[in-house]
Ligand binder design. Structure first.
Ligand SMILES: Nc1ncnc2c1ncn2[C@@H]1O[C@H](COP(=O)(O)OP(=O)(O)OP(=O)(O)O)[C@@H](O)[C@H]1O
Ligand SMILES: Cc1ncc(C[n+]2csc(CCOP(=O)(O)O)c2C)c(N)n1
Ligand SMILES: [Mg+2]
Length: 275
């Protein structure tokens, strides 16, 4: 077992743990960290972009569970060198996301540190939560959008070069409207944060299924992280309905595998606690 899974198992064996968020009594509780030098370098993005992306990566988990964000708690470690304009820029990114997705920032914590580190908790509401453990044998396995560009853009940045302002690495494009409408036809879902192959492994474990690939997934597509697309499964019967909803919202759907008996293991390493 890897260090991350070992640790999570030590802390919590709650039945609510293990999905994009914990669904309890109509609400989904989820949190994600967005830390300097782990998730971004400060010369890559403006403070507003950093704050905005830190919110989007969190909202992504709520959407993947078919939950609508209602409240957020934001914990921020801020370098002492930041002036008032910096603080305004940072808060404008948080507020932009709250306005766009119509939720309230109800609390958090602020400390001083030598790096900018952001942790956000989102509390979201749903009448019909979607989990990772509900994919059924013979389901089609699909993902939204295009995968691959985030890894390419990350590499460009790590090589000291610039990427386009419109890059999905800078600003993930969440498929909220599509998914809130399509969710009733979906069996299982999660967001793609670690990369399709690793996230498929999580889906496989949670739903106790394997995959038969219909389409060949190239390595640069399968190992691209931070895409924040939605990975989902649905029955053959519901596929057409989902495709129609996707068309209406101008969202691309890739149908690339079928769920079969068995299990799936990615041959690629998790980026956390690499040797
Ligand atoms: N420190 C922790 N304490 C308790 N539970 C944790 C901790 N870290 C992770 N978990 C739980 O383990 C599960 C997997 O966490 P992880 O952060 O990998 O979520 P993910 O949705 O798969 O990935 P991402 O955060 O990149 O979207 C989640 O249910 C999460 O709540
Ligand atoms: C400086 C820097 N180095 C590496 C990366 C790549 N990276 C960080 S987190 C992550 C996947 C999901 O994250 P998490 O599991 O933390 O939600 C990836 C691919 C980056 N963005 N910035
Ligand atoms: Mg997730």
């Amino acid at each position: 077992m890897n260090k991350e899974d070992f640790f999570i198992k030590q802390i919590s064996n709650s039945k609510y743990n293990g999905d994009d968020g914990a669904f309890i009594d109509g609400y989904v509780y989820s949190m994600d960290a967005f830390f300097e030098n782990v998730h971004f370098k400060k010369d890559w993005m403006s403070l507003k972009q950093i704050a905005y992306k830190s919110m989007l990566v969190n909202i992504s988990d709520a959407i993947a569970m078919n939950a609508k964000p209602k409240y957020a708690l934001i914990s921020v470690a801020i370098p002492n060198s930041y002036n008032e304009n910096d603080l305004k820029a940072l808060s404008s990114g948080f507020k932009k996301a709250a306005k766009e997705f119509d939720f309230e920032i109800v609390g958090g914590d602020t400390i001083e540190n030598n790096k900018l580190d952001i942790s956000i908790t989102i509390i979201s509401k749903t009448k019909e939560p979607k989990f990772r453990n509900s994919a059924k044998i013979n389901d089609f396995i699909c993902y939204t959008g295009k995968l691959g560009s985030c890894k390419k853009d990350l590499e460009t940045l790590l090589n000291g070069k610039k990427i386009k302002k419109s890059s999905k690495f800078m600003t993930p494009v969440l498929k909220a409207d599509f998914f809130y409408e399509a969710a009733k036809y979906v069996n299982a879902s999660m967001d793609i944060s670690d990369g399709l192959f690793l996230d498929l492994e999580k889906l496989s474990k949670a739903s106790n299924i394997g995959f038969e690939f219909i389409k060949d997934i190239k390595e640069e597509v399968g190992i691209s992280g931070e895409e924040y697309e939605i990975l989902f499964s649905c029955s053959a019967k519901n596929l057409k309905k989902i495709e129609d909803i996707a068309k209406k919202h101008k969202v691309k759907i890739n149908i690339f595998a079928k769920a079969i008996k068995g299990s799936y293991k990615s041959s690629f390493e998790n980026h956390h606690f690499k040797n």
